[in-house]
Design a protein around this ligand. Structure first.
Ligand code: ZN
Length: 254
């Protein structure tokens, strides 16, 4: 009941700030050198765990900036392999991770968007945006498509607003054991979604066919396991995940 009143009385934006503050305070007690976050340049004895009753991931969350395994790996990839931080490209960042959003502070052509107006600067439904054709040099779409009912419509819309030679970076939860994506419209409750898809607000659990779902005559799609660019020690030190959530799919518009 206390939780219900807390949610009713305090906006999501403020609740997230309180959550961030508590996380940072926890970090004060975790100082050390075993783990290093490349997103915020802080090191810790351990990162914080993340779990939902189905799966517990140890050393997942950076206490200082809140980055996850996939956030740290994606930031390495963006810095080392793209020109997203050079000059001022047009960037669309969907469901923005705050720590990545901070990297674009000086870029006037950066747009962070979410369907929930509490979570980003602009409220945008990515199945139907008002951006013109060929607008963006880069689009970051991490752990979004699995949550969208009409995934194909969102993918087509993102390709429409991507410039020629522009790149869309997509990440999602993948069941690497399964060739095929699993979705069933009868799975509606949070409990059933958690049991079937692994998270309470997913609409499907992607399988190894995810790359085919991204395919279109408009793009060339590459599947990149960027963890392989790092030694086993560095995978542990930066905590870059087990590959279920961290594969980077790069769609280049042709
Ligand atoms: Zn961090």
């Amino acid at each position: 009941m206390i939780k219900t009143y807390y949610k009713k009385l305090i906006s999501e934006k403020i609740r997230n700030r309180i959550h961030d503050l508590i996380r940072k305070i926890k970090g004060l007690f975790l100082r050390g050198n075993q783990f290093y976050c490349n997103c915020c340049s802080h090191s810790f004895r351990k990162f914080l765990p993340k779990g939902n009753g189905i799966e517990l991931r140890n050393n997942a969350i950076c206490p200082h900036c809140g980055s996850l395994e996939r956030t740290r790996l994606l930031y390495f990839y963006l810095c080392n392999e793209t020109k997203i931080f050079n000059s001022q490209p047009f960037v669309l960042h969907i469901a923005p991770e705050q720590t990545l959003k901070n990297k674009f502070k000086t870029n006037p052509n950066y747009y962070d968007v979410d369907i929930n107006p509490q979570l980003a600067t602009y409220q945008v439904d990515i199945t139907k945006t008002s951006f013109g054709d060929n607008t963006f040099d880069f689009i970051i779409c991490s752990h979004v498509l699995g949550h969208i009912k009409n995934e194909k419509q969102a993918i087509n819309e993102l390709y429409r607003i991507l410039k020629k030679d522009g790149k869309l970076f997509t990440l999602t939860l993948i069941n690497v054991q399964s060739e095929h994506t699993f979705e069933d419209q009868n799975i509606e409750t949070e409990t059933k979604k958690t049991q079937s898809y692994g998270e309470k607000d997913l609409e499907r659990l992607h399988g190894r066919d995810f790359i085919k779902r991204l395919a279109s005559p408009q793009v060339d799609v590459q599947q990149i396991d960027y963890r392989l660019h790092f030694s086993a020690d560095d995978n542990l030190k930066y905590s870059l995940g087990n590959g279920n959530r961290e594969i980077i799919y790069v769609s280049t518009k042709i």
